[in-house]
Design a protein around this ligand. Structure first.
Ligand SMILES: NC(=O)C1=CN([C@@H]2O[C@H](COP(=O)(O)OP(=O)(O)OC[C@H]3O[C@@H](n4cnc5c(N)ncnc54)[C@H](OP(=O)(O)O)[C@@H]3O)[C@@H](O)[C@H]2O)C=CC1
Ligand SMILES: O=C(O)C(=O)[C@@H](O)[C@H](O)C(=O)CO
Length: 269
């Protein structure tokens, strides 16, 4: 699997696996299955309510080769102190360090995300976390944290899939050395039934999920598809033996509708 280079000079595995809605009962085994399949990045969050079980899984694998992500939820408060409290709780729940920490949502109506970002910078400067990023930030939010702190996030994790390719935001990321990491990269599974994707998959002898994952890679971004099924976890990594043609990329580009499968950043406060 390829790595992307972050603006803090650390590598980021292009494909990780997501843990939203992974039942705590199965989380430990999913972590082990994911690592056995070859993943080197685990995308977690305080909000997923499975961090103790993620930690239990991490204790059964070679933790050293993995990038572990978590995210600050901030629904009570988005202050620097709230960041510290959440980070402490996440580290305790995981029983290991966090490699990548992100602000989960800007919650812009509260006008506190710059304070929260200062908290993440403090964690990084204290050596408690290697890489800091954000999630669900628009260009406006990104410009503001960069202007007010001088620190450019290494990653912006945003919803992206063929219905919502996020070309403008990706261009802003590229211009500012920010990695785009796609959440719900398969459109929460809904894009797998799309006929255009199906035709490309049939021609290439791969699965619809593999076509979509390959599309993300050929756009130059990172992604974190979720599966709790060991076979599908393996399938989602087995995407380096074929290429989409320019015509395939153009056909997938025509699927853009702007449809979201999750919340718009402006609608979560
Ligand atoms: N920062 C944020 O605000 C957000 C972050 N995320 C992150 O992104 C991750 C992925 O997003 P998510 O919403 O889970 O959606 P995905 O787009 O990754 O789709 C997941 C769905 O696709 C199915 N699936 C996965 N691989 C295959 C396959 N090869 N063949 C058939 N079906 C497949 C899964 O089922 P099954 O498990 O049965 O295989 C599941 O139903 C989350 O887990 C989370 O880590 C998600 C939302 C918001
Ligand atoms: O999965 C996550 O990381 C979330 O932030 C969820 O809130 C997700 O975005 C969602 O839309 C839940 O309805």
């Amino acid at each position: 699997m390829d790595d992307l280079l972050l603006n803090d000079s650390h590598p980021l595995p292009a494909i990780g696996f997501g843990l939203y809605k992974v039942d705590p009962e199965v989380t430990e085994d999913v972590i082990v299955a994911g690592v056995e399949a070859g993943y080197r990045l685990v995308d977690g969050a305080e909000f997923y309510h499975n961090e103790p079980q993620v930690g239990a899984g991490l204790r059964r694998v070679d933790r050293g080769q993995l990038t572990v992500t978590s995210k600050f939820w901030g629904d009570d408060e988005m202050s620097r102190d709230a960041v510290m409290r959440s980070f402490d709780a996440t580290e305790k729940a995981l029983g290991t360090n966090v490699d990548v920490y992100m602000i989960h949502w800007p919650r812009a109506k509260r006008d506190q995300y710059v304070d929260a970002w200062r908290g993440l910078i403090e964690l990084r400067d204290a050596g408690r976390v290697r890489t800091i990023g954000v999630s669900n930030f628009t260009e406006e939010h990104l410009r503001r944290i960069i202007d007010e702190t001088g620190v450019v996030p290494a990653i912006n994790q945003v919803e992206s899939h063929p219905w919502l390719p996020q070309h403008e935001l990706r261009a802003f990321h590229d211009a500012n050395d920010i990695i785009t990491q796609a959440w719900s990269p398969l459109g929460r599974g809904r894009l797998l039934a799309d006929p255009t994707i199906g035709q490309i998959a049939d021609r290439l002898g791969v699965s619809p999920a593999q076509v979509i994952i390959r599309w993300h890679l050929q756009l130059g971004g990172a992604l974190i598809p979720k599966s709790t099924n060991p076979e599908r976890l393996r399938e989602n990594l087995d995407v380096y033996g074929f290429d989409l043609t320019d015509a395939d990329m153009a056909a997938i580009a025509r699927l853009e509708t702007g449809e979201r499968t999750g919340t718009h950043p402006d609608d979560r406060d």
